[in-house]
Design a protein around this ligand. Structure first.
Ligand SMILES: C[S@@+](CC[C@H](N)C(=O)[O-])C[C@H]1O[C@@H](n2cnc3c(N)ncnc32)[C@H](O)[C@@H]1O
Length: 306
């Protein structure tokens, strides 16, 4: 879909297993893991299916006999085929579930950290950045990567993390201190659909695996959820200074974001190559707000409608 459109496909560096020289255990120690219940769920079922397929293999004759009597198979061959087929499906399910658990874990920690670094790298010059914003900052993997970049460039800039949960903002400040970037980070509680900041406020606005979660109470594929996501992009654009840069890493809905950014007359829209995260495709989208951009009420503040 992207290929057919006249826009740049940027290669924002390759995804590698290393996490910017950091061990995943370090990242885990600081940030823990969001949605660890999902990982446990996947692992539990993977182990269950693996055990079942081993039992199928070890007690194959018994299973065949069971199939023969229970499903009233008339021939031994049919019962063996049915038992073998069921065993294969069970083993395949175990493999898929192990893969899903591995991908979930990889996406939540090492990949998340790598992508945060790539988001930071896609902003050209950090030395001129005075204020950056991370929307839906969660525990702050991206937020702290931005703060580390500001620290590295010797900038006097600051980054604000916005999250709707007070508990999260408090733990984000803790992670910033653990990363040694506490003085570069401020956290603010608020709803991203109506950002508590004035127009043209930030030099950079970033977001990681967040926008797709907005409006999910309506169901991912509903018009209402899409409208909520578009509203978030509108808010991002509103608070960006003219000439400011926005970078969004997200799952599933990236083509929709690109269309919205085009409608909002953003410049230099770039889409990264596909990266599989949380078992679906993800992309980084970056854009620049034009220097002459006029943030008018009709253009940005209007709720997005299909
Ligand atoms: C998946 S986490 C984001 C992870 C984070 N971006 C990172 O890089 O580590 C999603 C976060 O968004 C927050 N959130 C969800 N809906 C929100 C909203 N409407 N406004 C602000 N924050 C929201 C949640 O509280 C949660 O902490």
């Amino acid at each position: 879909m992207f290929k057919n459109r006249n826009r740049k496909l940027s290669r924002m560096g390759k995804t590698v297993m290393t996490t910017g020289g950091r061990d995943w255990t370090q990242i885990y120690t600081i940030y823990g893991m969001d949605q660890w219940q999902t990982l446990l769920f996947l692992l539990f079922h993977a182990i269950l299916f693996a055990v079942l397929s081993i039992l199928f293999l070890v007690y194959f004759d018994l299973v065949c006999a069971f199939f023969e009597s229970f499903f009233l198979f008339t021939t031994d061959g049919a019962a063996r085929f049915a038992a073998g087929f069921t065993g294969c499906v069970t083993a395949l399910s175990a493999v898929c579930l192990f893969f899903a658990a591995g991908n979930f874990f990889y996406s939540a920690l090492p990949l998340h950290h790598d992508m945060a670094q790539r988001i930071v790298n896609s902003v050209g010059d950090w030395s001129t950045v005075k204020l950056a914003l991370d929307i839906g900052c969660g525990r702050g993997i991206l937020l702290n990567t931005v703060a580390t970049q500001l620290k590295k460039t010797g900038s006097s800039g600051r980054v604000v993390g916005l999250d709707r949960s007070k508990g999260t903002t408090l733990s984000t400040l803790r992670t910033a201190n653990m990363e040694g970037v506490g003085e570069y980070v401020t956290c603010r509680e608020g709803d991203v659909r109506s950002l508590p900041f004035g127009d043209n406020y930030f030099d950079v606005v970033v977001s990681a695996v967040f926008v797709h979660t907005v409006g999910k109470e309506y169901g991912h594929r509903t018009v209402e959820a899409a409208a909520e996501r578009m509203r978030v992009l509108g808010e991002m654009v509103r608070v960006l200074k003219p000439g400011g840069v926005g970078v969004v890493w997200d799952l599933l809905h990236v083509p929709e974001y690109v269309r919205r950014l085009e409608e909002l007359k953003m410049e230099d829209i770039r889409v990264s190559e596909r990266v599989t995260a949380f078992m679906v495709s993800s992309h980084i989208v970056s854009f620049r707000k034009p220097s002459q951009h006029i943030v008018g009420p009709c253009e940005v503040r209007l709720d997005w409608i299909f």
